[in-house]
Design a protein around this ligand. Sequence first.
Ligand code: FAD
Length: 403
Amino acid sequence: MDPQPGRPRRALITGAGIAGPALAHWLGRYGWETVVVERATGVRAGGQNIDVRGAGREVTRRMGLEQAVHDATTGEVGTRFVTADGVTVAEFPAGTSQSGGTTAEVEILREDLANLLVERTRDRTDYVFDDRVVGVRDEGGHVRVALERGAEREVDVVVAADGLHSSTRSLVFGPTATVTPLGLQMAWLTIDRIDTDDQWWRWFNAPGGRVVTLRPDNVGTTRAALSFRDAPAGAEHLSREQQRQLLVDVFAGAGWQSERVLDGVRHSPDFYLEAVAQVHVRQWSRGRVALLGDAAFAPSPVSGMGTSLALVGAYVLAGELASHVHHVDAFRGYERIMRPYVEQAQKLPPGVPWIAHPRTGAGVAALRTALRLASSRVVRRAGDLYSPPADRIDLPGYAHLVA
Ligand SMILES: Cc1cc2nc3c(=O)[nH]c(=O)nc-3n(C[C@H](O)[C@H](O)[C@H](O)COP(=O)(O)OP(=O)(O)OC[C@H]3O[C@@H](n4cnc5c(N)ncnc54)[C@H](O)[C@@H]3O)c2cc1C
């Protein structure tokens, strides 16, 4: 059935991360009414630098956010691989390329970007925190959505942008979505900054497939991460105390600044453990419900593309919804434009993430030799080390749709 003439079309979006508020931004500009339902009691803090690359950056430009994003960057100047003594083995300065490099040209704390997007959309979007969708019923001309706490909503479409473990996706798509673990566990946390912390992303490999990294932020603290292979299955579902103990056991004696980071694990309020994974779904819509961002196509943090995909996906999905009367045509257009871009981003370079997590001392030495060689090229560019396919999409123009 067509939308009723004369009334604004309505969307209910789950997740106030990156994809959800970005979609609300664009739909709002096209005259839609939007409600964003977020499970947490506010915009979630925690996490680290996320990269905005290539077409993702172009979308922030079209949103009028480029300056604000630029002003909030962390100031990371590049990536340094270090030994247990802190000696630099190889360094890759941040490039000026929009897409290349382990350190992207735009590095911003996840919570800063999420806050920025929410703040910019609050006047036109109804944000409902501390709630989640528990029922979705397609009633032909609209969809009726039951929330755990709040009143039912009646909308034209529902978009699940509630992240890697989207419960809205499970509710509507059942087991057809695949969350593929890449065999790596990763813990993120914020620790006190000390005098020797600098503006580099410092990366230390310890034998046993263990990595400790430290990154600068723009709020006077340091962002630490621990990643490791061979974690027990389901470690991310353990209690916080068990997760702490697991990290302490795995990283005991790893060297470099591991003891400092483990001290943070014991005390940090925003410590967060996740199995690194990708999401694959054969079709990103079912009836009037579509998937977006990590809920639809998480490429994993090791791809450096999750945020760019979320921003570009939000732009395309909103544009297609506003371009078509029927949601079926809109979802088809969204999938046709986005799918090739997503597939390229999910295709990780050979050996990733193992190559960066060698098991043996000899493996660590070989990795360092390779990095040293790569960094000593006559023309050294960070993009030579790592260059995700962030530009490989022709962004459609939807400016004519702005209400
Ligand atoms: C706390 C956190 C820290 C992160 N840190 C990093 C990092 O350091 N590096 C990195 O590369 N990527 C990180 N990510 C992932 C990164 O944000 C995404 O890959 C990318 O930006 C795409 O964003 P998204 O909006 O699709 O998903 P997300 O950013 O994951 O946002 C999903 C949102 O949905 C909410 N949500 C979850 N379940 C429900 C539900 N049932 N109902 C309503 N809302 C729900 C979550 O609380 C979250 O706010 C992090 C994600 C989170 C949530």
